[in-house]
Design a protein around this ligand. Sequence first.
Ligand code: FES
Ligand code: FES
Length: 170
Amino acid sequence: MPIEFQGPGQVLVLFRVNGRPVSVSVEPRRTLLSVLREELGLTGAKLGCGYGTCGACTVMVDGQTVYGCLTLAIDCQGREVRTVEGLGEGEKLHPVQAAFIEYDGYQCGFCTPGQVMSAVALLDANPRPTPEDVRREMAGNLCRCGAYPNILRAVLAAAERVPAAEEKEG
Ligand code: FES
Ligand code: FES
């Protein structure tokens, strides 16, 4: 899908966010994170470091986690973006969100949306992870509060509740 230039320094980017089609006119230098937060009002993903270290900005593009602060919005042309706002169904939380609450997988909560997105992606790819799998796959999400033990418990508890792909099909 070609990018449409809209005059000096502006391009029209078309993509989907949490299942909905979105079109935004932005400067090519704008990050996905800034467009989500400032143009679309989706403030779940957070700006922490801004240079790919902390993971607070983690969202999914076509099912893969990315750092929103390092991803240009124009790179999302024609793609499906998923944010923490798109996980639940109405009032019903995603099992990972519910497990984070139940197991106190956060303190200040700043890192939590990114942690949750990484956990959802992990369980999509590996529905029955070991503790070591969780530590390794979520190493890109830092927590200044040091809530790691409870984050680990929450992800392992969620794994017990998220049906594995083959179970869903059966
Ligand atoms: S804000 Fe993107 S990795 Fe820290
Ligand atoms: S809960 Fe505070 S940074 Fe993780």
